[in-house]
Design a binder for this molecule. Structure first.
Ligand code: HEC
Length: 101
């Protein structure tokens, strides 16, 4: 009886572990997809090759605030204000996390 309980407990724990790692993978993929559009200007992984500021290695909180400020018109910009308008708060967080992963 005890070993059957242990068996089911093990199965449940494994199922939860697997589900949560699949969910994490889905979040990473969504962040990566959203962040794809940034690479055109900011370089692959945010490591800008030119005069556009690099976003790689900046803290997620800094990136998220910058994007929200651009979006909400609190920070002046040439293109970022228009670009950032496309994203919800949740998407901005995923993008910021992607560049600081
Ligand atoms: C069309 C080119 C272009 C694209 C696409 C673009 N950016 Fe930018 N980004 C800029 C430019 C240019 C600036 C300088 C501010 C301005 O003039 O808009 C900038 C500035 C920034 C800054 C401020 C950097 C700092 O050091 O404070 C952040 C953060 C940023 N971009 C994040 C992003 C993210 C995240 C994406 C993708 C969702 C993105 N950008 C897509 C051109 C772009």
């Amino acid at each position: 009886m005890k070993s059957i309980q242990q068996f089911f407990l093990t199965v449940i724990v494994l199922a939860c572990t697997l589900t949560s790692s699949l969910l994490n993978a889905a979040e990473v993929t969504r962040g990566a997809m959203l962040a794809n559009s940034c690479a055109a200007c900011h370089g692959t992984d945010g490591k800008s090759p030119g005069s556009i500021p690099a976003i790689y290695g900046k803290p997620a909180s800094y990136l998220a605030k910058a994007l929200m400020d651009f979006r909400d018109g609190k920070r002046p910009s040439t293109v970022m204000g228009r670009h950032a308008k496309a994203y919800s708060d949740e998407e901005i967080k995923l993008i910021a996390d992607f560049f600081t992963r």
